[in-house]
Design a protein around this ligand. Structure first.
Ligand code: G3P
Ligand code: CA
Length: 244
C-alpha cells in the first residue's frame, strides 16, 4: 500500500510549503500529493485553498495576486507548531525537491467553475517539459469539467477520479463517470473507506486511494480492506505502522 505524503509532511510543517516537501523527502516518502492554483500573472503555485484566509489570515484570492505579491505572504501563519515565514511555492520549485525521490505524483488541480481557464494545457506542457515527469503523474480534480478537458487534450494522461459529497449510494454512478473519463485511480474520503465500497471500486478496475489517514488504526484497517494507497500528513508514522 502506497503512503502518500499529503500536502508534503503537513503534520510537521506548514502544508504545501517547501519545508513540508523537504521534510517528506527526508522521511523517505516516494509518493506525493499537492494542490495547484494559478496566480493573476499565470504562475502555477502549490496551495490548498483558493484564498489565503485560513493559511495566512489575509482576505485575498490567489487568482487576484501576482506571484511577486503572493510570495510576500506568510502561509505558515496558521501553523501553530511553527508559524515562521513560509511562502506559497511555485509548482516547479516543489517538483525540484520531490521529483528525484518520487515514483508517483498526484497533481490535484483546484479549478472549480473553471476559475483558471486553460490550466489544463498549461499543466500538460509542464508535465512534458521534464523528462520522466509525465509518466509519474496522476492528475485529479474535484471539478469534473477540468478532468474531462484533461482527457480530451491527452488520451494517455493518468487521471484519478475525485468527487465532493460522494456516498455509498452514489458510488455506482460515480464509477460510471470515472470509467467514462478513463480514470485509472479512484480517490475516496476515509468516511467511505469500508470493505464493501473498496471491493466494489477495485472490481470496477480502479486503484483505490483514501484521504486523509492520520492514525495507525485507520492505516492498518485500510491495508486490511485492500486500499492501494493512503494520503497522510504523517507519512513517517504511517509507513512504520503498515510495514511493521
Ligand atoms: O486528493 C486527495 C485529497 O487531498 C482531496 O481533498 O481537500 O485535501 O484537497 P483535499
Ligand atoms: Ca488535495
Amino acid at each position: 500500500m502506497k503512503i502518500i505524503a499529503h500536502r508534503g509532511a503537513s503534520g510537521y510543517a506548514p502544508e504545501n510549503t517547501l519545508k513540508a516537501f523537504e521534510l517528506a523527502v527526508k522521511m523517505g516518502a516516494r509518493d506525493f500529493e499537492f494542490d495547484i492554483h494559478r496566480t493573476k500573472d499565470g504562475i502555477l503555485v502549490v496551495h490548498h485553498d483558493y484564498d489565503l484566509k485560513r493559511t495566512a489570515a489575509k482576505e485575498a484570492k490567489i487568482a487576484e495576486l501576482a506571484y511577486e505579491e503572493l510570495k510576500k505572504i506568510n502561509v505558515a501563519a496558521h501553523f501553530a507548531k511553527n508559524p515562521s515565514f513560509q511562502r506559497t511555492p511555485r509548482l516547479e520549485e516543489v517538483l525540484d525537491i520531490i521529483e528525484p525521490a518520487a515514483r508517483w505524483l498526484n497533481f490535484e488541480i483546484k479549478n472549480d467553475g473553471n476559475v483558471y481557464p486553460g490550466v489544463e494545457e498549461q499543466l500538460l506542457a509542464f508535465l512534458r517539459s521534464k523528462p520522466g515527469l509525465f509518466e509519474k503523474a496522476v492528475v485529479s480534480s474535484f471539478d469534473q469539467g477540468t478532468v474531462r478537458r484533461f482527457r480530451e487534450l491527452s488520451p494517455e494522461l493518468r487521471l484519478a477520479y475525485l468527487s465532493h459529497g460522494l456516498s455509498a449510494m452514489l458510488l455506482t454512478p460515480a464509477l460510471k463517470k470515472a470509467k467514462a473519463i478513463g480514470a485509472v485511480n479512484f480517490h475516496i474520503n476515509l468516511r467511505l473507506a469500508f470493505k464493501l465500497n473498496v471491493a466494489k471500486i477495485k472490481k470496477a478496475g480502479f486503484r483505490v486511494c483514501v484521504y486523509t489517514v492520520n492514525n495507525s488504526k485507520d492505516a492498518l484497517r485500510m491495508k486490511e480492506i485492500g486500499a492501494d494507497g493512503i494520503f497522510s500528513n504523517y507519512p513517517d508514522i504511517m509507513t512504520r505502522c503498515v510495514d511493521a
